[in-house]
Design a protein around this ligand. Structure first.
Ligand code: AHR
Ligand code: AHR
Ligand code: AHR
Length: 481
């Protein structure tokens, strides 16, 4: 059985079922998601390996070989056609063309389910999916339930990494016009105990950890790698539940009346579906989504407990974020440009600017040191790497406004994440490409001999598709100094 078979048996069927990792019905063998590749703009559909099974990640890997891929559609498995696509502008514009949000890169969130590889949806700030014309989702004060399986370690304090019910206009139309799962450590509206992250409910103009805005200490900080997050609501009653998606059972963090503030009782749900953003297209948040559903009717705790058992049995586990030539922590390297016409150049720095410079064995010691980097364990994720300057210890390559800068480590989570890169087999078919951990659509790229965190065909000049593969491919060599 799948989660939606369980909800069906419980009398609260799925009206939307989204997952890039697996089928959510035992009989489902249709499309899970669509990817679009950077090389030629072609798309392909990724389906389960077998009915009810895990996504065919190998099909994605083959289709996306030697280029980049974006997740363009997350299909609805419920049969209602409630697919999620690139979120349009609303109260806030996204960073992509015409104010749309960005699409997620297809390889930012690799996992295994029962040992088989699959990819989740890695939402960087600016990324979002939406369906403003969903059918069958709860409207008004109607009852609904939802769950999502998320990466409990990928979050931030911005608004709002959500999955669930939101406005059909992509604007804030008032209290109670949303009912979505939120995950992160935003404290602007409400929070739980400790410093977060928390599962909260985004009910519009408020993230609720309990009956009221502010601190509700029964909502715990979570530290699971894989989180099951549950929010459900019916007239003047709602609940937050959660647990470890890889083991054990769900706990109830809140179950009780609606916020006793105008707008939330009764609710004014509009029935659109969002992923990774707030109701008004606020798009500063980050998180990772593996699977989730919305139901018609208020699921019982028993039904949700069976869904949790099904999720645990799917055995979500981590897998490598890297590929290609191995990097050794503590070693010093130089990064050799491969683009034809520029192969006398290496990644170096002048002050805080990271660039390419012509370096050779006869260069000055100063220049050799500027072009040498100590490999460190990734500051933001120990499965990837950070690059510390040989001549300026304590300073690392980080992206800022998608330029690469050499900055002193300031000890913040933002810095750690900005300074973490995951090597993969070079996109041009040789060497190594260095993918940003926090923006997996983006790679170390030289452009006019300056280094950027560039995406393939994005809106910035340095995202140009021409020469992208060569510009993001470097040879890792023994350091000059
Ligand atoms: O409720 C929190 C956020 O407030 C919503 O997601 C957004 O629409 C508004 O800015
Ligand atoms: O480089 C993109 C973002 O720009 C970084 O994550 C942030 O530090 C800066 O605002
Ligand atoms: O960085 C040198 C060149 O500048 C890149 O190869 C090209 O993409 C850009 O014009």
């Amino acid at each position: 059985t799948g989660p939606c078979d369980i909800y069906s048996s419980g009398g609260t069927p799925c009206v939307a079922a989204h997952s890039t990792t697996r089928a959510l019905y035992a009989s489902y063998s249709g499309a899970l998601y669509q990817v679009k590749r950077g090389s030629d703009g072609a798309t392909t559909t990724i389906s389960p390996l077998s009915a009810g099974g895990v996504a065919n990640a190998a099909a994605q890997d083959t289709f996306c070989a030697n280029t980049t891929c974006l997740i363009t559609i997350i299909y609805d498995q419920s049969g209602r056609g409630n697919h999620l696509t690139q979120a349009p502008p609303g109260g806030f514009d996204g960073p992509d063309v015409n104010g749309y949000d960005n699409l997620a890169g297809a390889i930012g969130a690799p996992v295994t389910l029962n040992g088989q590889k699959a990819y989740g949806v890695f939402i960087s700030p600016g990324t979002g999916y939406r369906n403003n014309a969903a059918s069958g989702t709860a409207t008004g004060d109607a009852a609904e339930g939802m769950y999502a399986v998320l990466d409990g370690t990928h979050y931030n304090g911005q608004c709002c990494f959500d999955y669930g019910n939101a406005e059909t206009s992509s604007t804030d139309t008032g209290n109670g016009h949303m009912e979505a799962i939120y995950y992160g450590d935003a404290t602007y509206w409400g929070s739980g105990s400790g410093s977060g992250p928390w599962i909260m409910a985004d009910l519009e103009n408020g993230l609720f950890s309990g009956e009221s805005t502010g601190v509700n200490s029964a909502d715990p900080s979570l530290s699971y790698r894989f989180v099951t997050a549950v929010v459900k609501g019916e007239p003047n009653f709602w609940a937050i539940r959660g647990g470890n998606a890889a083991s054990g059972s769900l706990s109830t963090y809140y179950s009780g009346v609606r916020p006793q503030v105008s707008g939330y009782y009764p609710m004014h749900k509009e029935g659109a579906i969002i992923l990774g953003i707030g109701g008004d297209n606020s798009n500063g948040a980050q998180g990772t989504f593996y699977e989730g559903v919305m139901t018609s009717g208020y699921p019982t705790d028993a039904t949700e407990n069976s869904v949790q058992a099904n999720i645990v049995a799917a055995k979500y586990a981590t897998t490598s974020l890297t590929s290609g030539p191995a990097l050794t922590v503590g070693s010093a390297i130089s990064l050799h440009v491969t683009t034809a016409g520029y192969t006398t150049r290496y990644i170096a720095h002048n002050g805080t600017t990271v660039n390419t410079q012509v370096v050779s064995s006869s260069s000055s010691t100063t220049l050799k040191e500027q072009a040498s980097w100590t490999v460190r364990t990734g500051l933001g994720n120990s499965a990837c790497f950070s690059f510390e300057s040989v001549d300026t210890p304590g300073s690392y390559i980080r992206h800022y406004n998608f330029e690469l800068l050499l900055n002193a480590n300031d000890g913040t989570k933002q810095f750690y994440e900005d300074a973490t890169f995951c090597p993969q087999s070079g996109l041009s078919g040789t060497g190594t490409s260095l993918r940003s951990w926090s923006y997996p659509t983006r790679y170390f790229r030289h452009y006019n001999n300056v280094l950027y965190a560039a995406s393939n065909g994005g809106v910035q000049t340095f995202d140009a598709t021409a020469s992208f593969n060569a510009d993001v491919t470097f040879l890792v060599e023994t350091a000059f100094a």
